[in-house]
Write a protein that binds this ligand. Structure first.
Ligand SMILES: [Fe+2]
Length: 197
């Protein structure tokens, strides 16, 4: 699915401006150096509008709206990720913190990632990977996202992003939701390409 071009540009320009002013936090070095900014009340309304669009289009009931979570709010924050040349994401899962998992009983963290800028090379996310008996990541689904597209990340499944190549960064907004029934909010939205196939 897609957001409007005007919304993409507005979010991208805001992100570029904030990044240029050093307002993004730096993370790494395991994944190269990448940068992230957490949503707060100072973000322009367009970020909330796009969030609302995603909630509507995917019939999401976000438990964050109704349940008092124990973990720090940033644990499940909406974020903008800025990935310059050389950065990547190693294979990982994002799970509810134990204290919240017990409170919510079987709920699941998911994210919808909105592509603001696509790198000229690399920066390809891969979702729904599995692991073998040696905990080595295998297979999964690589998704070449166009600018303005958004995609579901089922965070409990292993996922990663390949190394960014070239001057143009990959920039995306990652909206976090906590849902009560795993899998009810759809699956990967694009044609699937299994690595190695
Ligand atoms: Fe993740």
């Amino acid at each position: 699915m897609n957001i409007s071009e005007s919304n993409r540009i507005e979010m991208l320009e805001w992100s570029n401006d904030r990044f240029a002013k050093g307002k993004f936090g730096q993370f790494g070095p395991k994944d190269g150096l990448f940068y992230a900014a957490f949503l707060n009340d100072s973000w322009p309304i367009v970020f909330n509008n796009v969030r609302s669009q995603i909630v509507s289009e995917n019939s999401i009931i976000d438990l964050k709206d109704s349940v008092e979570l124990i973990s720090h709010p940033n644990s499940y924050a909406d974020i903008v990720i800025w990935m310059p040349e050389g950065s990547y994401m190693h294979d990982h899962q994002d799970l509810l913190r134990n204290e919240d998992y017990e409170t919510l009983g079987g709920a699941e963290l998911i994210r919808y990632n909105v592509q603001l800028s696509t790198a000229n090379g690399g920066g390809i996310p891969c979702y729904n990977m599995d692991s073998d008996d040696n905990h080595k990541s295998i297979d999964g689904t690589e998704i070449s996202l166009q600018e303005g597209e958004y995609i579901l990340c089922e965070c409990k499944n292993l996922h990663q992003c390949s190394v960014i190549v070239g001057d143009k960064p990959r920039i995306y907004v990652s909206y976090a939701f906590i849902i009560s029934k795993p899998g009810v909010n759809g699956s990967l939205l694009k044609k699937e390409i299994v690595r190695g196939a």
